[in-house]
Design a protein around this ligand. Structure first.
Ligand SMILES: Cc1cc2nc3c(=O)[nH]c(=O)nc-3n(C[C@H](O)[C@H](O)[C@H](O)COP(=O)(O)OP(=O)(O)OC[C@H]3O[C@@H](n4cnc5c(N)ncnc54)[C@H](O)[C@@H]3O)c2cc1C
Length: 389
């Protein structure tokens, strides 16, 4: 089977790239091990959610996925409140101050994937191979030849690794993966609170790590992302429901009243990692296959989306024979590496700053947050940066 581009990994990032390339007429195959299961009706919200910023929303609108996402469910948030558990530092961002209706949207990952896969299945020039799994690939002057575990063979000019943090495309390309283990886990679950979330994203920084309550498409349900020392996360995973609800309510300082109910809990090891290179002759990495960051500012998917926007721009108008050209792929790498690295370091800096118990730092961050809250121009600039506009 001959294509112009093979994409391994049909997560949000790989699926969006398939749509972007498909719209320019490329012959694309998207290889994915498993389809997302059907969405359960509310209040059975999914564990994995993304805080999509405006730039990501525009990319999903550009390929035509947004109307389908709205028809399923998503939650716009108009405000964000961030505060320090150790002092008086607090900052509030409001979309209205920017003349906007929302700062972003909290969307279950599965909603985004379903919308993108529906578009892919309608596109005559994109083949979705699912379930299918990459086995091996070879690169030669003629292009890339890829074997699937079921024995099928595919050929193309370019292979894209969008297969997540444990990327086998990256491993087979022998690209080094520099990893920083934060010694923390991200505990995720869905919780029902006694007070409504007010379309606001709530985040409390504690010395042990940040806790976020992200509003869902029901006024009393939030998606929880709680970064904690790994051993503490393991204890909370096992807690009885009543004790866990008490821990969660206390940790958010009762800003949304009591936690009344919660769904299944899961925990992910938190690591910051980056591939030494994003590109080799005829092979390129995007999204979590190229970089992962601390989830404290919910920027992971947004960075991956920026990757595929840049890559599809670089590949536009190229003859098929030049798609795997290293010079082109390096241009993509140069355009994205700085931004990804800066965000990775900024997240590590924030985690360090807020996780530090030194009195001087504690004083500085609390005074800094309080001061920033009264500097509208700087605050608006920060909010626009986070929105990706
Ligand atoms: C606790 C936690 C909370 C987070 N919260 C947020 C948030 O609020 N906002 C945000 O923007 N980001 C968040 N992130 C990060 C975000 O989830 C990731 O950045 C994002 O999912 C990466 O997308 P991706 O498509 O690159 O990779 P993935 O989502 O990992 O997708 C990779 C795909 O490749 C497939 N695959 C893997 N290997 C193969 C193979 N050999 N053959 C075929 N297919 C294969 C997999 O099945 C999968 O579907 C969070 C992360 C964590 C850990």
């Amino acid at each position: 089977m001959d294509y112009e581009v093979l994409i391994v990994g049909g997560g949000i990032v790989g699926s969006l790239l398939a749509c972007l390339l498909g719209q320019t007429g490329r012959r694309v195959a998207l290889i994915e091990t498993q389809r997302p299961t059907a969405l359960a009706p509310p209040p059975a919200f999914e564990l994995r959610v993304s805080a999509l910023n405006r730039a990501s929303q525009q990319a999903l609108q550009q390929v035509g996925a947004w109307p389908e996402m709205m028809a399923q469910r998503l939650a716009p948030y108009a405000s964000m409140v961030v505060w320090d558990a150790t002092g008086r530092g607090e900052i509030r961002f409001d979309a209205a101050d920017l003349g906007e209706t929302e700062l972003g949207h909290i969307v279950e990952n599965k909603v985004i994937q379903h919308a993108l896969l529906a578009l892919i299945e309608r596109a005559a020039n994109i083949d979705l191979l699912c379930p299918a799994q990459l086995a091996t690939y070879d690169v030669s002057a003629q292009g890339v030849q890829l074997s699937l575990r079921d024995g099928r063979t595919l050929r193309a000019q370019l292979l894209v690794g969008a297969d997540g943090a444990h990327s086998s495309v990256r491993a087979q390309a022998n690209i080094a993966w520099r990893r920083e283990d934060y010694g923390q886990k991200g505990l995720v679950c869905v919780a029902k609170t006694s007070s409504a979330h007010q379309a606001t994203a709530w985040q409390r920084f504690m010395p042990t790590g940040p806790l976020a309550f992200l509003p869902l498409a029901d006024p009393n349900y939030c998606s929880i992302v709680w970064s904690l020392p790994a051993d503490r996360a393991d204890v909370l995973l096992q807690q009885q429901a009543a004790a866990f609800h008490q821990s969660l309510s206390e940790a958010l300082d009762y800003r949304l009243g009591e936690v009344l109910e919660s769904g299944p809990r899961a925990a992910f090891i938190l690591q910051g990692a980056r591939a030494e290179h994003y590109a080799q002759e005829q092979v390129v990495l995007v999204g979590d296959a190229a970089h992962t960051i601390h989830p404290l500012a919910g920027q992971g998917v947004n960075l991956g989306i920026r990757d595929v926007l840049e890559l599809s721009t670089q590949l536009a108008d190229l003859p098929a024979t030049e798609l795997g050209n290293l010079a082109t792929l390096r241009r993509y790498e140069r355009a994205r590496k700085g931004d990804n690295m800066l965000t990775l370091k900024a997240m590590e800096g924030l985690a360090f700053l807020f996780g530090n118990r030194q009195p001087v730092l504690k004083f500085a961050r609390n005074e800094g947050l309080a001061l920033l809250n009264h500097l509208p121009l700087l605050k608006q600039a920060l909010a626009r940066q986070a929105m990706g506009v």
